[in-house]
Design a protein around this ligand. Sequence first.
Ligand code: FE2
Ligand code: FE2
Length: 214
Amino acid sequence: MAETNPIVQGLATIHKIISRGLNISIRKCDEYLSKKGIPQGETTGFYMYLSTLKKVTHAHHLSEDDVAFPYFMNLIEAPYDRLKDDHQKIASILETLDKHISEIPSSGVGKLREVLLEIEKLWVPHIIIEEENLTAEKLNKVIGIKEQADLTEKLSRHGRENSGPGPLTLPFMIYNLEGNDREAFTKPFPWILKKVLIPIIWKGQWKPMSPFFL
Ligand SMILES: [Fe+2]
Ligand SMILES: [Fe+2]
């Protein structure tokens, strides 16, 4: 069986969330373009979904730049400069995305689609480089169990601080994951968060995004 590692698993999970987020957003743009517009009931949710995708992606890159890469840099070889450069490029396209989100209802689904494709074009090779270089085998050789747990905690804390309001971000992350991945991701969550806050108390806030969720 392939080796596992909580840091690598966390990385793969957030990559899956963002990849699906991009993919669904592009497919939805295609659908809206063919229908000549966004159905009224989906406008708010689509806006919310895109802006949460933007926040989650940006927060992930900040965590890598500020926490993960500085830690790995002296331990594992990887093209960190290229990866950080990609983060900057993606950050500037995310700003453009933000600008277009505010224009969704009136104009630019076509423009929005272009911007999303631009992000995807950088994103796909970017995560391949990360996942090929930062493997469980390599990390397990140079980072002890205790340090792995500490770093995982540090990364998730850093992510929480930068990814926007939990009532939107957490459902976005959970419901963009499929069965087993979702279960593994939510396993460490406190019961109250999993069973009460997210599905009941916060539902009024994230519900508009549900047409885009799994
Ligand atoms: Fe990255
Ligand atoms: Fe990444």
